[in-house]
Write a protein that binds this ligand. Structure first.
Ligand code: NAD
Ligand code: UDP
Length: 319
């Protein structure tokens, strides 16, 4: 039985990865300090003999017993309001955290896959964004703590690959959504659905002309699984190229939820990227991967999930 360590395993993406690797017959070790995650995301796996949970901060020395084939480093605050509230922890998990994972991988002779992000392209001047684009990031702006941590993470991972011959994989994840996002994590989809469910207006930042491209979580997990098992060590974009303005996205959520509320404009956060769309030519060619779930279908599933949550969750504070 192959053994995989998933850091950030109690988070949104990490927990879906735990499910996938369990389904594929792996022994899964999830490690999380629960700073933005939720133990309920993985509680359904606790009874399994091939699942273990370690409550641990990966920015501190990591030890796990036994052999290890793969390490997936997904621990990191991911929503702008999270990483703006805990900027130092964000920088630490993207630097000290990955350093610990890479050190552990050398000892265990394991392959490492890191969760990088479209944010490494910053506010992009090339559109759509191919992996060759180096990005346009403000290192000292509010988002710099996340973007630069992720850029460092890519650099140190590539250095371990080049200098130590470690097997490494880098996935650049574009905005992904689905069940187990936190209703109050500040990202646009849970923000809009939460507002619709509470009977509030939907807050569009800026004039809503900025774009994003939303990928359903199952598609992302499939891309990550294929990348891990591939022999490609350079960054690969995984995301859904279907691009939409945030204003149009708000209108879609109004239609989906049937709310009678309207869109209201609020200030645009500093350095908010104006456009974002993945160029997935590489993922198609190398992994034979492309997204399968339409936004209509993915939003419907996600809305049903949010509706099924206890009502008090609608009113709990973020992070
Ligand atoms: P999330 O906040 O739901 O999950 C992150 C998990 O990491 C949480 O469970 C949190 O408790 C844990 N964590 C944070 N710091 C930790 C530490 N020091 N030690 C141990 N655990 C720690 O966010 P997510 O959306 O699931 O994102 C997961 C990963 O994917 C992140 O690395 C993020 O940067 C990356 N990513 C996500 C998206 C997206 O659209 N969801 C896009 C690009 C990149
Ligand atoms: N956004 C918005 N209203 C909200 C939350 C976010 O208009 O209540 C905007 C935000 O300014 C950004 C886009 O939606 O332009 C996506 O934001 P999110 O935080 O989901 O992801 P990211 O900016 O990291 O792509």
């Amino acid at each position: 039985m192959k053994r995989v360590l998933i850091t950030g395993g109690a988070g949104f993406l990490g927990s879906h990865l735990c499910d996938r690797f369990i389904k594929e017959g792996y022994h899964v070790m999830a490690m999380d300090n629960l700073i933005t995650g939720d133990i309920r995301n993985i509680e359904h796996l606790f009874h399994l003999p091939n699942f273990e949970f370690y409550h641990h901060d990966v920015s501190k020395y990591i030890h796990v017993p036994g052999e290890l084939d793969y390490i997936l480093h997904f621990a990191s605050p991911a929503s702008p309001i999270d990483y703006l509230k805990i900027p130092i922890q964000t920088l630490k998990v993207g630097s000290l955290g990955i350093h610990n994972c890479l050190g552990l991988a050398r000892v265990k002779n394991a392959r490492v896959l890191i969760a990088s992000t479209s944010e490494i392209y910053g506010d992009p001047s090339v559109h759509p964004q191919p992996e060759e684009y180096w990005g346009n990031v403000n290192p000292v702006g509010p988002r710099g703590v996340y973007d630069e941590a992720k850029r460092f993470q890519e650099a140190i991972t590539m250095a371990y690959h080049t200098y130590h011959g470690l097997e490494t994989r880098i996935v650049r994840i574009f905005n992904t959504y689905g069940p187990r996002m936190r209703l109050n994590d500040g990202r646009v989809l849970p923000a809009f659905i939460g507002q619709a469910l509470r009977g509030e207006d939907l807050t569009v930042f800026g004039d809503g002309s900025q774009t994003r491209s939303f990928c359903y979580v199952d598609d992302l997990v499939e891309g990550i699984y294929r990348l891990l098992l591939s022999d490609y060590a350079y960054p690969v974009n995984i995301g859904n190229p279907s691009e939409i303005t945030i204003k149009e996205f708000g209108e879609e959520i109004i239609k989906l939820t049937g709310t009678t509320q309207k869109l209201v404009l609020k200030d645009l956060p500093v350095d908010d990227p104006k456009q974002r769309q993945p160029d997935i030519t590489k993922a198609k060619a190398i992994l034979d991967w492309e997204p399968k779930v339409s936004r209509e279908e993915g939003l419907r599933i996600t809305y049903d999930y949010f509706k099924s949550l206890p009502e008090e969750e609608l009113y709990t504070a973020a992070y």
